[in-house]
Ligand binder design. Sequence first.
Ligand code: ASP
Length: 317
Amino acid sequence: MIYVANSEATPGAETTVRALVDGASGLDAIEAGIRLVEKDPSIRSVGYNSWPNLLGDLELDAAMMDGDTLRTGAVGALRGFLHPVSVARAVMERLPHELLVGEGAARFAAEIGAEAAVNETEDCRAAWRRMLEANASPEQLADWPSGPLAELSMRAADPEVGRDTTVFLTHDRAGSIAAGVSTSGWAWKYPGRLGDSPLIGAGCYADTAFGAAACTGTGEMTIRASTARSVVLYMKTGMTVEEAVMEAVDDLRRLRGGLLFGVQIHAIDPHGGHKVVYAYQPKMEESLARRAASARHWFWREGMAGPELRDSERVRL
Ligand code: ASP
């Protein structure tokens, strides 16, 4: 058994590990852990009290994947519910679809009795108002919220602040591999923007036969490189988990233009192996020195007393 998650997983790490030890399925263990992250107001990038979009609204993304069946469930830009991960799982288990977004996702969440919530707190609103005051022109404020937002979205985007996700990977007692992710996406995103998290193959992928991978960081990059699926596919071709992750990092190096910042890749194989790498742009070196927490991850393997927060390997893109 093995568990790998990123540092944002702190409120749920123990719960997931305990569930695995007790014989729970990876999907149950992941969902239980991520639900604790989603409702914890101190985790600013996931669920309740996370990062709003340009209009000050929280649009949440989540996904789960069952490595036994390759079924997936995901929601994008979901508003008004406390546990996007559970809605994502219900998409997988109760619909013939794999991904729901926006109003349809909210309708489905209500239909299954998911817990409704106002996720926007006074803290979120205050941070959003500060962003607006610092970046919007007086004309734009006078006309708010009509008028074009594209320029503001370019100006306000600070990929080194206001970004993260929680990602969980498990190999359970039955030998099944699973993945789950949940996020608000990055702060001040253009309304309707989906990152990599709800896009299976970009933000996460799980296949019991070969392994699993999940990404945090610049979703605009991992979408372009299909990073999570690539890692698993590289393992299918015979690479070790270490080689597969480094090959996916190499794919990211080939991206030109667009938003290029950091990506953390988490991966496990079916044989007890794992690798977590934080791949960063040379332009990020200075800020990285100040942000050790952005390059750490939770790790647990059967026999360990509990999950440990470890430093992730850093590589330059
Ligand atoms: N990958 C997430 C997104 O692009 C954000 C993050 O993990 O930092 O929405």
